[in-house]
Write a protein that binds this ligand. Sequence first.
Ligand code: NIG
Ligand code: FE
Length: 422
Amino acid sequence: MLIHSASQLVTISGGPQRGVDLGRLGIIPNGAMRVQDGIIADIGITDDLLEKYPDEPHVDASGRVVMPGLVDPHTHVIWAGDRAAEFELRLEGKTYLEILASGGGILSTVQATRLASREELAVQTLARLNRMLALGTTTIEAKTGYGLSQDSELKMIKVLVELARKGPWDLAITYLPAHAIPPEYKDDADGYCKELAEAWLPEMKSWWQANAADLPLPFVDVFCETGAFTLEQTDLILRAAIAEGFPVKIHSDEFDNLGGTTLAVRLGAASADHLVAASYRDIEALGESNTVAVALPGTPFGLGTSDYAPGRAILAAGGILALASDLNPGTSWCESMQMAIALGCRQMKLTPSQAIAAATINAAAAIGKDGEVGSLEIGKQADFLILDVADYRHLGYRYGGNLVAEVYKRGIQVYSASGGSL
Ligand code: NIG
Ligand code: FE
C-alpha cells in the first residue's frame, strides 16, 4: 500500500528527543510512505515513490497530514464505577488528598472494581480503548491499581492481558498494587509493602511466565505521595521489583515532593510521572538520565488546579519529556492525547511540534517501545494517522474535538471518520 500526496508527512525520525532538541518533526512535504506486511517499507517524496511503485494500491492523502499514531504512556484505563459525586465535592472545596484520606478517591474505585466481574471490566475497558483509538492513540500503557488485593489485582491483569492479545492497539501493562494502602492494611502500611515485595511480586513474575510469556514483563509502579506510599516504602517495593527483573516507573511529585523523582533516576526507572512538585534538583537529575519525564497536564486541569509540570525547565535541563493523558476516574477522565497536546501547549508552553514529539516518540520511550512505534521510519510498525488538516500545528491549536480522519494500526485501517472529522 502506498500513502501519497500528504501535505506534510510527519516522520519524527531519529529516536527519542532530549532537552531543547524536542520538536524535530522531520516533515516531508508532499510525502509518501509504502507499507508492506504492517511495516513501513519505504518513505519519501510522492513523485519518487509513485514512480517506484506504480502498481501499489494507493491511498491519496492530499491536503492532509500523515503522522505516527499517538502513544499514551500513562493511563489507568481499567476500572469500574465512577467518581462524579467526588468531582462535585471537589468543586465545593474538598481537596483530592482529603477525599483519599477519608476513604474515598482511589479507594472508592477499588470498591467498585473489586465487585466487578472480569467480563464487566473487559466491556468497559474495551469501550475506552476504542474511543482512544478513534482519537488517534494506537499504543497505550495500562495500569492495574484498583484491586489492591492479590486476587483483584490479578483479575485486572488477566483482563489487560486478554485485551493486549486482542488488539488492534498495543498495550504496555503496568502492575500497580502500590496505588493506595488497601483498607485491610489501613493501620499497617509497612506490612502491606513487605507483603508486596516478598510475596506478590515474585508470584506475579511466576504467573506471568506461566500465562503471559508472549508479552513483555509488566512495569511495576508505585504512587509515591502523601497519603499513599512514602519514599522508603517506594524504594523497598521497587528494589524488590528490580530484583525480580521487572522494569519500573514512579508516580512522583503529583502534589508533594517526597523525593520520588530523584529515586526514579537512581533506580534507572523507565519514567517518573506527574512532576508538578519536582524540585530544581529533581529536574537536574532527570536532565542527566534516561528516565523519561512524563507530564500529565490533564490531571491539574481535571482537578481544576493551576500548577503544571515544569516542562520548559525539564527541557532546559536536557530531560526526555513525554506527555500522557493519565486517563482515570478520579483526576482525569480524558481519553484524548489531542487534549493532552493542547494542554501541554498552553499550560507547559510547549510548541505544537514539541508537544507532538512528546506524545509520540518520547511517549514510546517511556514504555520501552521507541524501537517499534512513535515515528514513521523504515522497519517500524505502520501505525499512522491521517489528519483532516493540512498543517500539523492544528494539533494543539484546536482542541475539544477530533482532527483524526483515519487511523491505521500495523498497516490496517482501524478507524475512519467517514466524510471527515470534527
Ligand atoms: O495518576 N495519582 C494516582 N493515580 C492517579 C489517580 C487515580 C485516581 O484518583 O483514581 C493519577 O492521578
Ligand atoms: Fe496515574
